[in-house]
Design a protein around this ligand. Structure first.
Ligand SMILES: [Zn+2]
Length: 77
């Protein structure tokens, strides 16, 4: 009977370790999302045509933002 108990104990330990590793991997995968799509994007306004666009698509010139190089250049002449 002692041997069967030992085998069951080993199986339980291995099962716990496997579960633990899976939880750890799942937590690590959930902790660092590459880009949060739920995060509202910062919107800026083109100083030339007043159109709103996400900041990562806008062109900055000093403290002003533009939707395209044409509008940026048009405001500088
Ligand atoms: Zn514009």
């Amino acid at each position: 009977m002692g041997l069967i108990k030992l085998v069951i104990l080993i199986i339980l330990v291995v099962a716990c370790l496997t579960l633990w590793r899976r939880i750890k991997a799942w937590q690590a995968a959930n902790q660092k999302p590459p880009a949060d799509p739920a995060q509202p994007q910062l919107m800026v306004r083109c100083s030339h045509c007043q159109v709103h666009l996400p900041q990562d698509q806008a062109l900055q010139s000093g403290e002003r933002w533009y939707c395209c190089p044409e509008h940026r250049d048009a405001d500088h002449v």
